[in-house]
Write a new protein. Structure first.
Length: 115
């Protein structure tokens, strides 16, 4: 059973940093596409950063240079380091993995960026 558990969200001032973690289990941790998404109130869920099937990291234009996706294969954990956060980035952040054509989501972790 594929499971994803996010942690690390919280309240931070604008310009601050947070590191999100996503613990993954229930599948063989290899070149599965996986990444981070976010959803602000009243808005659609959007991609923030991801590893493609080739293992290459990819970022939305809005976070390039500020956010870094990484992973620890031994710990089966994916991370999102977020620097220079902006108030408009207040959202629920979700991790996602695709396993054998199925898409799995965590429960989300809330990030609030105060101005």
């Amino acid at each position: 059973q594929v499971q994803l558990v996010e942690s690390g969200g919280g309240l931070v001032q604008a310009g601050g940093s947070l590191r999100l973690s996503c613990a993954l289990s229930g599948f063989i941790f290899s070149f599965n596409p996986m990444g981070w998404y976010r959803q602000a109130p009243g808005k659609q869920r959007e991609l923030v950063a991801m590893y493609t099937i080739t293992g290459r990291p990819d970022y939305s234009d809005s976070v390039k240079g500020r956010f870094t996706i990484s992973r620890d294969n031994a710990k089966k954990t994916m991370y999102l380091q977020m620097n220079s956060l902006k108030p408009e980035e207040t959202a629920a952040y979700y991790c996602n993995v695709q396993v054998m054509g199925e898409s799995y989501w965590g429960q989300g972790t809330q990030v609030i960026v105060s101005s």
